[in-house]
Write a protein that binds this ligand. Structure first.
Ligand code: PNS
Length: 160
């Protein structure tokens, strides 16, 4: 059985991330969506909130499980008996960072392989950071995130 880990901050999850999850879940038997819980960062949504959002959004995927992790990604991958890391690529600007990360992970664990999946063209131009900025200024994020995230972003932004 082929298992893989799709890690990220997912602060918040975007339709681009969901496109990668959908594509990966078709070629991998079991996909772990791994939400980074990094105490040294201050995300907009807590790790618990991000896990709950993803669980809700991905509830119809039988072969996808959402978990949080802290520490090294390779250690998390080992803990779920997986040696495949899935990452999405939006274009050449993502490539150097992603390539460096793939090689770092391989240097930490030589069994690890990174599988790059290209995002669909409609998702190439935005990121979680841009979604947050647009939401902060009440811009239209309808095509960028699921409704659940849109509602939760609007609630969060009211507190600021
Ligand atoms: O969605 P992001 O923020 O680009 O995801 C980055 C992530 C979570 C994949 C990366 O920061 C990560 O793996 N962090 C865990 C720490 C780690 O293993 N670092 C070594 C690899 S560079």
């Amino acid at each position: 059985m082929k298992t893989a880990v799709y890690p990220g901050s997912f602060d918040p999850v975007t339709n681009g991330h969901l496109d990668i999850i959908s594509r990966a879940s078709r070629i991998i038997d079991k996909l772990y969506v791994a939400v980074l819980d990094n105490p040294s960062k201050t995300p907009l949504f807590t790790a618990e909130e991000r896990v709950q959002q993803l669980k809700q959004i991905l509830k119809d995927y039988d072969n996808v499980e959402v978990m949080s992790f802290s520490g090294l990604l390779v250690d998390f991958a080992r803990s779920v008996n997986s040696n495949i890391i899935v990452r999405g690529l939006r274009g050449v600007t993502d490539f150097s960072y992603e390539f460096q990360m793939a090689l770092s992970n391989r240097s930490l664990d030589s069994d690890i392989e990174t599988l790059f999946i290209s995002a669909d063209t409609q998702y190439l131009f935005f990121s979680s950071s841009q979604v947050k900025e647009i939401a902060y200024f009440n811009g239209n994020i309808d095509n960028m995130v699921p409704d659940l995230i849109k509602e939760q972003l609007q609630k969060k932004m009211k507190k600021y």
